[in-house]
Write a protein that binds this ligand. Structure first.
Ligand SMILES: *[C@@H]1O[C@H](CO)[C@@H](O)[C@H](O)[C@H]1NC(C)=O
Ligand SMILES: *[C@@H]1O[C@H](CO)[C@@H](O)[C@H](O)[C@H]1NC(C)=O
Ligand SMILES: *[C@@H]1O[C@H](CO)[C@@H](O)[C@H](O)[C@H]1NC(C)=O
Ligand SMILES: *[C@@H]1O[C@H](CO)[C@@H](O)[C@H](O)[C@H]1NC(C)=O
Ligand SMILES: *[C@@H]1O[C@H](CO)[C@@H](O)[C@H](O)[C@H]1NC(C)=O
Ligand SMILES: *[C@@H]1O[C@H](CO)[C@@H](O)[C@H](O)[C@H]1NC(C)=O
Ligand SMILES: *[C@@H]1O[C@H](CO)[C@@H](O)[C@H](O)[C@H]1NC(C)=O
Length: 666
């Protein structure tokens, strides 16, 4: 009896709910180009670097590495990016690692270092139209010439940056489209003007300057100074919260969110990214949005864990994760291209009555409309704070006027970001929607993303699941023989200084890993003065780290470490077990800054000779050996209970490493 009563009651309420849902007061949103179009769309991009964010990707085996690159760059497959921005390595820490400069010193020049050249070529291979954008975060020390700024000698810095652009062309056949100034740091008008002149006098007139990869403050200087105004092609700002300022609009220059997102890549990250991609134009008139970062390919537990469009942090297993931002990007990137135009505000670009937004874009031949209904709590980005707002389900009606008034159907792509256990749907192709007399309606739920388009090209690329996740394989060893010179050894992640593969003069040692940064760089954060490269897992406790070591300069030293607790811009705060070896002496500390000395003594080490050193840690026991001879065997209160293994140098001194081992000690 009770059961029979309940069912009709529920049914009655459902009818009521549906009725109120469908009977919302209603007007149609115009999509109308009869009075012209809005700004030119410049594309969706992502950043590799700032710093070392793609470090682990290059070590993936095939076919996984190519699959990952397809998800990022291949047109009509995944994110299908339009712009690829890379760090111009400057030998210093720039968030999650340091990247090598093409000129470690004034008499050094090399265009085969690091992985950004390779990544740019892989991007171009998949999409020859992808735009390339270079930006320095840091500079080698000789550029600073004793200062902490790259503007000590504007001509020198302009020449150094121009060299990088020329090297891209000469050695890799890569044309750089855009060049920046100094990431999130001061710009210097003399320098920017000098850079323009230097580019032009080297035939690089086509390279556009984006300034200043920081905040809107630059627009005041642009409006004040006519020469400076003509020097800057694009105003690029970071983390604007989708907003612009009146003076920025007054410049009439393209406005870009040249770095944005920076958010953990779960579904909230996907929601953040979807909201930004629409609303950076709706609210901020920004015509390009660029994600930091391209791919989270740096160890978890360094700062900004997994803030990439997808994740690939296990080259040893091949495991990788395609995250929601990949498919969110596809909703715009697969159905537009740089050079398309947005519709004007109010005629195809607007907020929706019950929350969310839509943007319409066209190349005159085709039309694409992207609609997002991201709720507040499910689209919070890492910064800036997001003011409260609400989004409700709604029946949205659109009225096409002008060029596309006569079309009869639109292809439909759909994403639903699931939360609290609800399933997600990513980039699903739905039945095309009928357009009758230029009109169509959609019932929009919350946290949904729609693309409606006249283009039939979209494709949800998918590979079989990647291999299962596995911990870093132990025991581990590397003799560095398999690598190309100037590359970096698998799994090592430089945090300050640069450790690159070099052919040693010693036949027995062959290829070695060498710290190659000779002086403190012009830094972006406060780099440690002890160059250090970490490897392994942040949860390691008991390991024996050993390596052949060769100190080139008697004023320097060499480091072996384990249980290294932090890295990135927090490298100086790292706790752990650190063994420092320099000519005639050793030191054991529980911190990277060498304040907490546990033990020190003499040893037979000299410069310019190979030795084998090991640092064994088990619980509170620490044992060190040099050439088979025990240096000490102590029980200490270890400063951190877990962390990575590491090698390093005492200062910015040259040193070599070979036959590196990590053995678990149980
Ligand atoms: C949505 O609104 C349109 C225009 O008012 C209407 O024709 C349509 O029936 C509505 N859709 C639903 C499902 O109520
Ligand atoms: C570096 O600074 C010194 C002294 O300040 C100056 O004489 C020299 O010309 C500078 N070198 C470069 C390359 O700018
Ligand atoms: C820009 O750099 C030049 C050369 O180092 C310097 O003279 C000038 O003061 C700098 N300008 C600003 C605004 O810092
Ligand atoms: C479309 O518009 C024409 C002319 O205004 C009208 O005659 C026709 O009934 C409309 N069709 C629909 C399905 O609304
Ligand atoms: C350390 O973390 C890895 C994954 O990152 C995990 O597979 C492994 O079980 C963890 N080991 C310990 C001892 O917690
Ligand atoms: C960098 O860190 C060191 C050690 O903590 C500190 O002494 C120094 O003042 C810092 N430098 C800057 C510029 O913050
Ligand atoms: C640590 O490993 C090295 C192997 O390179 C070995 O020579 C050394 O004896 C080990 N240390 C301990 C205390 O077992």
């Amino acid at each position: 009896m009770v059961v029979k009563m309940v069912l009709p009651v529920i049914f009655f309420f459902q009818v009521l709910l549906l009725a109120s849902y469908f009977n919302q007061p209603h007007h149609a949103y115009d999509i109308d180009d009869t009075n012209g179009l809005g700004r030119q769309f410049d594309g969706i991009g992502a950043i590799s670097g700032g710093g070392a964010t793609s470090r682990l990707l290059v070590s993936y085996a095939e076919p996984y590495r190519s699959q990952i690159l397809d998800y990022l760059f291949k047109p009509n497959f995944g994110a299908s990016l339009h712009i690829f921005k890379v760090e111009i390595g400057g030998d210093a820490q720039s968030s999650d690692g340091s990247e090598p400069s093409h000129m470690h010193s004034s008499d050094d020049e090399n265009y085969y270092r690091g992985y950004e050249w390779w990544l740019m070529k892989e991007a171009k291979k998949r999409n020859p139209d992808i735009k390339l954008y270079g930006l320095p975060w840091t500079f080698p020390g000789w550029i600073g010439n004793g200062t902490t700024s790259p503007y000590a000698n504007p001509q020198l810095t302009a020449w150094y940056v121009t060299k990088w652009i020329q090297g891209a062309k000469q050695y890799h056949n890569l044309m750089i489209d855009y060049i920046g100034i100094w990431n999130e740091r001061l710009y210097n008008i003399t320098y920017v003007e000098t850079l323009r002149k230097t580019l032009d006098s080297n035939g690089l007139n086509n390279v556009k300057i984006v300034a200043s990869d920081s905040h809107w403050g630059i627009v005041d200087d642009l409006l004040k100074d006519k020469v400076f105004f003509n020097t800057v092609d694009i105003v690029g700002v970071h983390y604007t919260g989708t907003l612009t300022v009146p003076d920025a609009l007054k410049t009439n220059k393209p406005l870009w969110s040249s770095e944005d997102y920076s958010t953990f890549n779960d579904n909230v990250g996907g929601g953040c990214w979807a909201r930004l991609l629409n609303q950076n134009y709706v609210n901020g008139h920004m015509t390009s949005t660029i994600s930091w970062n391209l791919i989270a390919s740096y160890y978890d537990k360094i700062d900004w864990e997994r803030d990439g469009l997808m994740t690939a942090i296990e080259p040893w297993s091949g495991h990788y994760e395609v995250a929601s931002p990949i498919y969110v990007t596809a909703h715009t990137s697969q159905f537009t291209k740089p050079g398309w135009y947005y519709y004007p505000h109010g005629h195809g670009v607007s907020h929706l009555d019950k929350g969310g937004s839509f943007v319409a874009l066209t190349n005159s031949k085709d039309l694409t409309v992207v609609i997002e209904t991201m709720s507040h709590d499910h689209s919070i980005c890492v910064r800036p704070p997001l003011p409260k707002y609400t989004v409700d389900k709604q029946n949205a009606t659109f009225q096409l006027k002008g060029s596309f008034a006569g079309i009869t159907e639109l292809f439909v792509w759909y994403t639903k970001l699931g939360f609290n256990g609800d399933p997600s749907k990513f980039f699903e192709k739905q039945t095309p929607i009928k357009v009758v007399n230029g009109t169509f309606s959609l019932l929009l739920g919350v946290d949904e993303l729609y693309t409606l388009t006249t283009l039939s090209v979209g494709h949800k690329g998918q590979y079989p699941n990647s291999p299962a996740s596995e911990p870093f394989p132990l025991p581990y060893s590397d003799d560095f023989e398999k690598y190309a010179e100037f590359s970096e050894a698998d799994y090592f992640a430089d945090q300050s200084g640069v450790f690159e593969i070099r052919q040693s003069n010693d036949l027995e040692h062959g290829k070695v890993m060498r710290q190659v940064v000779p002086q403190r760089p012009v830094v972006w954060c406060n780099d440690s003065d002890s160059p250090t490269s970490i490897i392994g897992n942040h949860n390691w406790t008991n390991v024996n780290v050993s390596s052949d070591i060769y100190l080139e300069d008697k004023n320097g030293g060499v480091l072996l470490a384990s249980r290294v607790s932090s890295a990135g811009c927090s490298m100086r705060n790292a706790r752990g077990v650190f063994l420092w070896l320099s000519p005639g002496k050793y030191e054991l500390t529980t911190d990277h800054e060498r304040w907490d000395k546990m033990k020190s003594g003499t040893c037979e080490m000299q410069a310019q000779k190979w030795y084998r050193a090991s640092l064994y840690v088990k619980d509170s026991k620490v044992i060190a050996h040099l050439n088979g001879k025990k240096l000490f065997d102590v029980n200490i209160e270890v400063g951190s209970s877990k962390g990575w293994a590491a090698i390093g140098t005492l200062a910015h001194n040259y040193a070599q490493f070979d036959n590196f081992n990590i053995d678990p000690t149980g």
